[in-house]
Design a protein around this ligand. Sequence first.
Ligand SMILES: NC(=O)c1ccc[n+]([C@@H]2O[C@H](COP(=O)([O-])OP(=O)(O)OC[C@H]3O[C@@H](n4cnc5c(N)ncnc54)[C@H](OP(=O)(O)O)[C@@H]3O)[C@@H](O)[C@H]2O)c1
Length: 352
Amino acid sequence: MTSATAETTAQLQYTQYGSPLKMVHVPKPALAPEEVLIRQRVIALNLIDVKQRDLGGILIPHWPWVLGIEGAGIIEAVGLDVRGLQPGDEVMAWEGGGAIAAGVEFFPHGGAYQEHVAVPAFFVGKKPKNITLQEAASLPICFVTAVCTIVNSLKIPLPFLPGLSTDGQAPSSVLVLGGSSVTGAAAIQLLREAYPSLPILATSSTKHFARLHDLGATSVVNYRSPSAVADIKAASPGAAGVDVIIDCVSAGASQTDICDVLDPAGSKHYAAVITGVPVPVPEGVTLVDGNAYSMLDMQGGRQLISSLTKLVEEGKYRVPLPVRVVGHGLEELPNVMDEVKSVSGEKVVVTL
Ligand SMILES: NC(=O)c1ccc[n+]([C@@H]2O[C@H](COP(=O)([O-])OP(=O)(O)OC[C@H]3O[C@@H](n4cnc5c(N)ncnc54)[C@H](OP(=O)(O)O)[C@@H]3O)[C@@H](O)[C@H]2O)c1
């Protein structure tokens, strides 16, 4: 049974590669000055959790480790240097993933699969008033991944986001592969908010076409169709092809002729969100990685998650996909965490 006391908290520990997750009670972490302690109410599931469990310990800086990278809850305590957040605030956060940059470990107390999680304040944003805590838990990671891919990797400006700058320029058209992934749905609406008349093409299964049009896609193509590549090209401006591809799901690893949809006269940039599956591109196409961790080094990156609150409240950014609760309680997490492998156009979460 989980049950935190005033001094302790419960967490699911991954003790060694291949072992089952184990419920353990530990003292609540002592907060560093820049950290906040969140009493978890919702843990959002991410494919990265399963990859960390199954792929030889990627992004696991030490053992035992607590999996999970996203969630939402109520602030229980704040470190001495934290401003703008206080106990009692409902918040959403990026909560783990073993980020280490320049020798700094950002989640020394482990990730989201625990009743209390301590994270640096710049990974935390207040819950927007117009959405539920469950919806809020689904927001930060896909938003940051999409922003980093667009602005940091492709140098495409998103001028409505405060503090971000890049020396690149607007594309003439974009294809989002995996439009019904949370990252793809985030990317579509970010591009639409920034560029009201930009042709945005996307791929998904047919049942998600309406949702993606609603988020701002101009044309959506069924990626399972044998004529998908020809259909994308036909839907591009003047049927000349697209300027830029954003691949959120390593679609190019199986659809190896996808770069035929690039306009020979365009910039021929292909941004692949890092998924662990490499995407081959032909000569002449510039491949760049999309990675949420680049938020840490990007100018304005550390304000991104706090800026989400206002964007959502002002209607400039929407919860990308519907959220479904697949379980309740830490005990249930090991039984339901694989649900993330078969999601289709939704985000799955566990409530506590
Ligand atoms: N490096 C990073 O910083 C970072 C951050 C976040 C995520 N990721 C990785 O990025 C990937 C996407 O994560 P996510 O959470 O956004 O994904 P997700 O929501 O779990 O993606 C599921 C969706 O992918 C779609 N899909 C699968 N194969 C496709 C294909 N060949 N073409 C088009 N659509 C396809 C499915 O579409 P249909 O249902 O329509 O068939 C489904 O709706 C994961 O591998 C994750 O580990 C990396």
